[in-house]
Design a protein around this ligand. Structure first.
Ligand code: GLA
Length: 742
């Protein structure tokens, strides 16, 4: 079992194959103090890690110095208002107006497997794959029972944490104003942090900084995980880099408001916390009710950032994504958004499909603009009725025609939204999230449906269901194009408005749960104005998420690197799009665009009937490339070789089959400097003992080029490296290298 309790010393030890997490109970109050999180320890016996940091000056837990004790001890779950002046994880407003919280250990339970979280996404594992520890503690003054839940995986170096709070009945209602999901106190102070920041079309850019004193956090109060900041935080030990050093990664399995924070205290210790953003959060917990906080995933690596990423990838592929497409080759799709925007009809779509199927593309996705009277983005969301002026003969006719070409059909919907100019809004203006008496703040001329209301959830689900049942639709792009303002629900009383943000997310989860239950064969791709809701929560429902509306191959290098920090390549929606790129105006070789899209789900987003002949002629070889290498990309180990984000010159990544018999390496030359040494590329993750054939992939034929191929040992490829192949000189030129055991 991966979790053990040592009764005499009152120590809990949680082990994964290579990591250990430990905490203990002290004093008669049963304080829970963190001891250690890092490389695996063979024994639970250590020095007195919780109390040694102050040497002679260890504050005791005597009455007279209780405050000093509370302000420096490494608490497993930090409470509020009783002397721990660092930030807290748990705060209430009780009926007497008091906000303080405390926790006293009462009991615990260790069992194989892992519980689900009601109505929410979470990682899962069978009884032989993970072990769970539940610590039950009491806050007697508030009449609350707090359960801290930890699961340790047997096959991946990941530990999850979540929290459950029950009102035991002392008060008929206690308002929870802050319930974070994890809190870990670190002993040292010499750390860097990585946060991910961004904007629309610039999601998840890596931001590494030295951790100074005070609180450093990212958060969302936008109602979704957001383009701007990401529910992720990594703490890096001094000097840690891609391949070396200690890294602790934290990722929140949740799609709404969050906070991810690292705080360096006066004593040079660091507290990391993550959970639902307490801003605008106030949950009424009535007698007997239970509140369940979402899950945080924690990953420790002693081999740098790269190993942390590979651990997250393995965890999410095995223990989070449920779709039957998780391990399956995804159909190569062509999406008409950048090809036509709103200007399309049945004939136009069929002409794209005909040409696409001839070239090896396997699915047509009809994007925005097929319903209501939608010829621009300012109307009809909510009116999910096919516009037969555009789609003559209706949806089924179109889908059947596309199917006759041997192609699958997919559709775009934005179910969570309502346009002020829609029949739905005219019938139910109160279904929009709004504050009575305030003019609603529009974004892209739309409002957000109030999914905290069960009748709105039911209605919305029926719309999606009806469309999916009306024809042979095998893929759904579920979009969400604006963030929440005007926080108010006509379905909640004045006491409960502080529940809206979280209830909205629960409504989204309920919709998607119903969807994947009723349509298990549907390929669901989530999306939010590009990648504003690219988070582990959404991956529980759909195996892929549109990474960004920016499909420029060079911009994508940074976006995809940041995303791949924890999300598997198989989850990243990536397409070859037209040039000059619609977002940044850059022109890149068609070949390069293909290699960059191959590092994701791979598809096209252009008018295949109108692109240059030479580009079109490359598509059969690109689709062949996808089928040759899709298994490696989806199932393999990802290694970052060079980062354009850091060097502003070139980018390279590699994906290696788990059995190390085959790999692909992509090199993109972004900026060529004159009179500069040739690029030396040192591979990673190969077997030093194996001999490999190394060939450049030929975009003309879709095969490996025999000419110039090398046969070399793995150690030579990794430690000495190879020179970048010919043809790489010139801005935005790229090469794909195929490495296969000889
Ligand atoms: C969002 C998506 C795009 C496209 C448009 C349609 O911006 O990210 O891919 O679907 O909506 O309106």
């Amino acid at each position: 079992m991966g979790i053990n309790y040592y009764e005499k010393e009152r120590i809990f030890k949680l082990d994964t194959p290579n990591t250990t997490y430990m905490f203990c109970l002290v004093d008669k109050e049963g304080f829970m103090l963190h001891m250690y999180y890092g490389r695996r320890l063979s024994d639970y016996r250590t020095a007195d890690l919780t109390r040694t940091r102050f040497g002679e000056a260890v504050p005791s837990n005597h009455e007279r110095e209780r405050c000093a004790f509370n302000d420096c001890m490494p608490f497993e779950y930090a409470t509020h208002g009783l002397g721990d002046y660092r930030d807290d994880a748990f705060k209430v407003l009780n009926p007497d107006g008091f906000t303080a919280t405390s926790l006293e250990y009462r009991s615990h339970r260790i069992y194989p497997g892992k519980p689900a979280i009601k109505g929410m996404p979470a990682t899962f594992g069978k009884e032989n794959e993970c072990t769970t520890l539940e610590i039950v503690a009491q806050d007697p003054v508030n009449g609350l029972e707090v359960t801290l839940i930890y699961s340790a995986f047997e096959d991946v170096d990941a530990i999850t944490r979540s929290v459950k709070i029950r009102n035991t009945g002392k008060y008929s209602n206690v308002k929870l104003t802050k319930v974070l999901s994890t809190c870990v106190d670190f002993e040292d102070d010499d750390y860097d942090t990585i946060f991910l920041h961004g904007s629309w079309a610039r999601e998840r850019t890596i931001d590494r900084n030295r951790l100074g004193h005070g609180k450093h956090y990212v958060s969302s109060k936008r109602g979704e995980s957001s383009h701007q900041e990401h529910p992720f935080l990594a703490l890096l030990g001094a000097g840690a880099n891609e391949d070396n050093g200690e890294v602790w990664g934290f990722n929140f399995v949740y799609s709404g408001n969050f906070i991810a924070q690292a705080e360096k205290s006066q004593f040079k210790t660091v507290r990391v916390m993550m959970g639902i953003n307490p801003e605008d959060f106030c949950w009424n917990l009535r007698s007997g009710e239970v509140f369940e906080a979402p899950e945080v995933v924690m990953v420790y690596s002693h081999e740098g950032i790269g190993r942390m990423s590979r651990t997250f990838h393995d965890l999410y592929r095995k223990h989070l994504i449920r779709s039957k497409y998780r391990d399956a080759v995804r159909p190569i799709l062509i999406n008409n958004w950048e090809a036509t925007y709103f200007d399309f009809d049945t004939d136009k779509l069929i002409s794209i499909a005909k040409e696409a199927s001839r070239l090896g593309i396997e699915m047509l996705v009809m994007d925005d603009g097929w319903f209501g009277k939608r010829n621009s983005d300012d109307n009809s969301l909510g009116d999910w009725v096919v516009n037969e002026n555009k789609l003559k003969g209706g949806l089924k006719y179109l889908v059947d025609e596309v199917n006759k070409l041997g192609m699958k059909f997919g559709i775009w919907m934005e179910p969570e939204m309502i346009s002020p100019d829609s029949d739905l809004y005219r019938a139910h203006p109160d279904w929009a999230i709004h504050i009575p008496g305030r003019k609603g703040v529009q974004s892209r001329a739309q409002f957000v449906l109030d999914l905290s209301r069960p009748e709105v959830v039911d209605y919305t689900y029926e719309q999606v269901r009806r469309i999916l049942k009306s024809a042979n639709i095998e893929y759904l792009k579920w979009d969400m194009n604006r963030q929440i303002t005007d926080l108010g629900s006509a379905g909640l009383d004045s006491e409960s408005q502080g529940e809206l943000f979280h209830r909205y997310v629960l409504g989204v989860y309920e919709l998607q749960e119903r969807l994947v239950t009723e349509f298990p064969d549907l390929l669901l791709e989530n999306c939010s104005g590009g990648g504003a809701r690219f988070d582990p929560g959404m991956l529980y429902y759909g195996p892929q998420i549109w990474c960004s509306d920016n499909a420029d191959a060079i911009a994508r290098l940074e976006i995809q690197q940041g995303t791949a920090l924890m999300y598997p390549l198989s989850t990243m929606g990536a397409h070859v799009s037209d040039c000059p790129n619609h977002t940044v105006g850059r022109t890149t070789p068609f070949e390069t665009r293909g290699y960059v899209a191959l590092a994701g789900t791979f598809g096209y987003e252009l008018d295949v009937t109108r692109i240059p002949e030479a580009d079109r002629n490359m598509i059969p070889a690109q689709t062949k490339m996808y089928h040759r290498f899709s298994d490696i990309v989806r199932l393999g180990d990802y290694y970052r070789i060079s980062s354009f984000h850091d060097n502003r010159m070139w980018d390279a990544w590699e994906v290696v089959r788990k059995d190390k018999t085959e790999a692909i390496l992509t090199i993109v030359n972004v900026f060529t400097e004159a009179n500069y040494k040739s690029l030396r590329v040192k591979m990673k993750g190969l077997d030093p003992e194996k001999t490999y054939r190394v060939s450049v992939f030929d975009i003309e034929t879709g095969e490996d080029k025999e000419e110039g191929s090398l046969v070399l040992k793995g150690d030579s490829l990794m430690y000495a490296g190879i020179n970048a192949p010919d043809g790489i000189r010139g801005d935005f030129r790229a090469r794909l290298i195929h490495i296969v055991e000889a």
